[in-house]
Ligand binder design. Structure first.
Ligand code: SF4
Length: 324
């Protein structure tokens, strides 16, 4: 029997009802995530990419069960955790940790950073203060901080160092999967590269898997093994990193990629500027949700939603241009 992937998300949905009036009458729903499926293997980094409002952060929080899914399933190492009670979920929570975009908001400003990490160790059964201090010193060393810095408060660190503290805290329970919800977006570009390199080193040392959420393909290029592009709550294209960058098929992916700088000055790429904003998920466009902004829109795109088709092994696209 083949071993199941570390994380297997199938047809995940998160819909929010819209209530109107004094009686809270149902007036529709926001389809924040609408039928998203993907897997993350052991030691693998899978990135979800798309503009703000495409639902990628909702996927991250739903996978963690920080918010409850409306439908679909989430399996961790083959075990369905979608409907587990809080108590039953606890051992699985140790296996999955999340790093948020804003490290300052993620840390209690009145707590020494060492205590923020110690709190988690204590909750999960590390009894003595000495054991906790030793583990925190080990974690700080892994993320490039000095052990004596555990006595500092968050405001005494730079943005990059604060994110290193959050990474140390995420590693504290030796998880298998770390979900990074835009973990470098709030950092300066030079610091972004340092944090990405740190995450990649930690992956090699600890055999970690990452689900990486970002709005910028340039950020995920270095770290990802596979990439899924999201638009209005759905995955519109997925492939391994090299295939996606060399041969993007969906017009949305092509537009996102056209904005990614190329290191080789002899290669020219024409920048495609997408017109308008992402439509509201309260009333998504009919047919293909991208049709209101697509430079290659056809009549059928306005009425018929495209199905995802494999254009090559492991490369899927939801676009009528690739219908057989
Ligand atoms: Fe564009 Fe039509 Fe493809 Fe949608 S289905 S991306 S509108 S060509």
């Amino acid at each position: 029997m083949t071993k199941p992937p570390l994380l297997d998300v199938s047809n995940l949905q998160k819909h929010y009802p819209i209530k109107r009036g004094f009686l809270g009458r149902n007036a529709g729903k926001v389809m924040a995530v609408d039928g998203v499926s993907f897997t993350v293997g052991y030691g693998e980094t899978v990135s979800l990419v798309g503009e703000s409002g495409c639902g990628k952060s909702t996927v991250a929080r739903t996978v963690m069960r920080l918010i409850e899914p409306t439908g679909g399933s989430i399996k961790l190492e083959g075990r369905d955790i979608t409907h587990l009670s809080k108590a039953d979920l606890r051992p699985y929570r140790r296996q999955m940790q999340i790093i948020f975009q804003d490290p300052f908001a993620a840390l209690n400003p009145r707590m020494r950073v060492g205590d923020s990490v110690a709190e988690i160790l204590k909750i999960h059964g590390m009894k003595t203060n000495k054991d906790r201090r030793e583990r925190i010193a080990e974690l700080f060393d892994q993320v490039g901080l000095r052990a004596d810095q555990m006595a500092n408060f968050p405001h005494q660190f730079s943005g990059g160092q604060r994110q290193r503290v959050c990474i140390a805290r995420a590693l504290a329970l030796r998880p298998k999967l770390i979900i990074g919800d835009e973990p470098v977006s709030a950092l300066d570009v030079s610091i972004q590269a340092q944090v990405i390199n740190l995450l990649m080193d930690l992956q090699k040392q600890n055999g970690l898997s990452y689900l990486f959420i970002a709005h910028d393909l340039a950020v995920v290029e270095h770290i990802s093994h596979r990439i899924a592009v999201m638009y209005l709550g759905k995955i519109v294209e997925f492939a391994d990193k090299h295939t996606l960058f060399a041969d993007p098929r969906h017009p949305y992916t092509q537009a996102l990629l056209s904005a990614v700088p190329i290191a080789d000055p002899t290669v020219k790429r024409e920048k495609q500027v997408l017109q308008g904003d992402v439509p509201s998920p309260i009333k998504p466009p009919s047919g293909c949700a991208f049709h209101t902004r697509c430079p290659r829109v056809m009549d059928r795109c306005k009425v018929e939603a495209p199905k995802t088709r494999e254009v090559s092994p492991g490369h899927g696209v939801a676009c009528h241009l690739y219908d057989a």
